[in-house]
Design a protein around this ligand. Structure first.
Ligand code: XIL
Length: 368
């Protein structure tokens, strides 16, 4: 039985979900395309900016209180790891879609939109990719992967972080690309190749270039803003398909937001007629004071400064945080606090209670 034989209401009610997973082959997915995603269905400008979060398939399955919190709070989800090469491609000839499909099935049952993350990144690559030895081979692997993944989810994943974190930490120019197997074998062509392949695989998908560390005061961040805008212009000059810039917004509470610098960047992005998405917001609190009330207020204040600066120039297409609850966050793995207290980077605490950061996001969702 093909997915195309079910109505969208069946999917929302969950009645067809088991079938959806078992028939998730390429042929069946062309049936999925017939179903509008929640965002495609809405007409005109939505009142609130959609809010969403990165989710993990394992805890969606094992932790029902977390799953309920996602359903209650998120209009959108993005897969924290399940669509990265490391998860999808255990070996050169294998695609493992089970975990990614589980999130898509969950989202469909609950009328939640799914974003795709990510297709061309230096990180989370399986070891076998290191053996890609030539330009031709790199071209083949990258295009095969993007064609396979994006066309599988055509009409199901309406926006993709196609390119993630292309620039080095302190770029001299737009050509200062972060080392990766793609940059090594293809140079800057990997960017246009990835974007063109994604556009061909799903002409309706919104294609996003996602970057971080572009919002702070300091010469490194100014250099990153300049390189990013030059990179966007060079893609535009060559008619490379691109619809939006994703600002990851992993905000370090110990740094200062460069309001003017950030707003100048956003004005340039707007002038290029590109949308802006806030894709991975959280506030890295490892250097903040330990007292919880004080810390939560500083975290919320940091996000508020950032969102205010953004919203004065553009209306982001969505605001996503990198996780929903402090119970499940990448931050302690990379930015553990020295005092042994748990990190509190996200809108809900570890007990799934709303924090001041949640209210800040709500406030900015309502700004038009
Ligand atoms: C992180 C995940 O959250 C971790 O679980 C994983 O181990 C490493 O990657 N920027 C990105 C995300 O674009 O893909 C990263 O996600 C966080 C930083």
């Amino acid at each position: 039985m093909s997915i195309g034989t079910h109505s969208r209401r069946d999917f929302l009610a969950g009645t067809a979900s088991a079938t959806a997973l078992t028939v998730f082959g390429t042929a069946a997915l062309s049936g999925v395309s017939a179903f509008a995603t929640p965002s495609n269905q809405s007409s005109g400008r939505e009142k609130l900016i959609p809010y969403g979060a990165a989710v993990r398939s394992d805890v969606l399955a094992s932790d029902s209180s977390y799953r309920d919190a996602v359903i209650d709070n998120c209009k959108m989800v993005v897969q924290e790891s399940e669509l990265k090469w490391l998860e999808l491609r255990p070996s050169k000839d294998e695609y493992r879609f089970e975990k990614a499909d589980a999130i898509i099935d969950f989202a469909r049952q609950n009328a939640i939109e799914v974003r795709g993350h990510t297709l061309a990144w230096y990180g989370a690559l399986p070891a076998w990719t290191e053996a890609i030895g030539s330009r031709v081979e790199a071209e083949r692997e990258l295009t095969d992967h993007i064609e396979t993944v994006v066309s599988r989810y055509r009409g199901v994943i309406p926006s993709w972080d196609v390119v993630n974190e292309p620039l080095v930490d302190w770029p001299e120019s737009a050509s200062s690309l972060r080392p990766s197997i793609w940059a090594r074998r293809l140079g800057a062509d990997y960017l246009s190749l990835a974007l063109r392949t994604a556009a061909a695989a799903d002409p309706n998908a919104r294609l996003v270039l996602n970057e971080y560390d572009v919002e702070y005061v300091g010469p490194r961040f100014a250099a990153r803003r300049k390189a990013l805008i030059d990179l966007l212009r060079s893609l535009r000059d060559r008619d490379v398909p691109l619809h939006a810039v994703g600002l990851q917004a992993h905000l370090f509470a110990s740094r200062s937001i460069d309001r003017d610098g950030l707003q100048a960047l956003l004005a340039e992005i707007k002038a290029l007629k590109l949308d802006v998405w806030i894709t991975e917001l959280d506030v890295i609190d490892y250097e903040l004071p330990g007292k919880i009330g004080e810390r939560d207020a500083l975290v919320a204040g940091m996000a508020s400064q950032f969102l205010l600066a953004v919203s004065e120039v553009v209306r982001p297409k969505a605001i996503l945080t990198w996780g929903l609850s402090d119970r499940y966050s990448w931050v302690p793995t990379y930015f553990k606090r020295r005092d042994g207290m748990p990190n509190r980077p996200l809108p809900l605490d570890a007990e799934l209670k709303r924090k001041p950061l949640f209210d800040v996001i709500e406030k900015f969702r309502r700004r038009t």
